[in-house]
Design a protein around this ligand. Sequence first.
Ligand code: AQP
Length: 327
Amino acid sequence: MKKRVFSGIQPSGNLHIGNFLGALKNWVASQDQFDNVFCIVDLHAITVPQDPKILRQKIREVAGIYFAAGIDPKKSIVFVQSAVSAHAELAWILNCFTPMGWLGRMTQFKEKSGSQKENVSAGLFDYPALMAADILLYDTDEVPVGEDQKQHVEFTRDIAGRFNSIYGETFKLPKPVIPHSGARVMDLIEPAKKMSKSDDRTGHTLNLLSSKDEIRSAIMGATTDSLKQIVFDPKRAGIYNLLEIYEGVTGLSRTEIELKFAGIGYGEFKKELAEKVVEFLEAFQSQYQELVKDPQHIDSLLADGANQALVLAEKKLSEVKSKVGLG
Ligand code: AQP
C-alpha cells in the first residue's frame, strides 16, 4: 500500500515561484511514490473577498498550472474542493470539536486579519478547520506544504487526536512534509516577508505566468545588501532568498552554487539567475498555453478527479456521521 499524500493551493491571486518551490515541485517529484490527492481549494479562497468572474477563471488557471507543472491525472486525483461537498460537511462537524482558542492562535489568521479582527469573516478564522477536513477525509499520511502551512497541519493532527480520543480511532494523524529548500520563498523587495500571491505590487513576486521581461526586471530590482560575497547565509535575507531560488530552479548543490559565483558581483549573479528562471518558466509556460487551448478537456479532467475524490470522501464522512450520531 502506497502512503497517501494530500495538498492544495487556493485559486486566489497569481501563483508564484514560492508556490512552485514550496509545494508543486515536491508534489510532482514524489508522484510515483505516493497515492496522491491534489485539490484546488476554492472554499478556502472565499474566506477573503473574491470577484466571482475572476475566481471562476482562477480555478481553471490553477488546474492548468498543476497539469503544466507535471501533475499527471493518471497518477493523481486532481479536483476542485467545492465539487465534493463532504469537505464543507466535515468542516462543520470538526468546528463543533474545535476550541476557539486553538483557532485564535493561528499565525496565518493573525497576519491576514491584521488589526481588523472584528471585520474579517468567520470563514477566515475557521480556515484551519476546513483544511483539517480536507486532509482527514482522505486518510492522509503526508501533507507536502511550505513552511507557512506547517502550523495548520499540526492543528489538523490535534483536532484528529481530540476526535479519536472521544469516538475511537477514526482519523489518521497526518505529517507535514516541508522541503529542505524553497519552503519559504521571500518577497523580492521586502525579504523579511514571505512572497505572497495576494500581493500584486510590481517587482515583489516572481509569478509563474509572468513574461520574461517582468521576471528579468523583478530579479534585477531585488533587494540585496552591501556585502559582496555570494554565499548561503540565512542572516542575509535578500541574497539568501535569491540563492534558494537559484538552487530550486537549477537543482545544483549549495557548494556548487557558491563555487560558481565566488568573486562574481551581484549584478552578474542576478542576470544569470534571471536567465535560469526564464528558461525554467519557458518550458512550463509553453506546456500551460497548450493545455488552456482546450478548457473543456481541463474541465473533464477535474470532473473525473471529483468523482474519484467523492468515493473516498463520502466513505469517511459517513463513518464520522455515524460515530457522532447523525442521520
Ligand atoms: N512564499 C512561499 N514560499 C514557499 N511556499 C509557499 N507557499 C505559499 N507561499 C509560499 C505554499 O504554497 C502552497 C499554496 O499556498 P496557499 O494557496 O494555501 O496559500 P498561502 O499559503 O496563503 O499562499 P500565498 O501565496 O501567500 O497566498 P495568499 O497571498 O493568497 O495568502 C502551500 O503549500 C504554501 O505553503
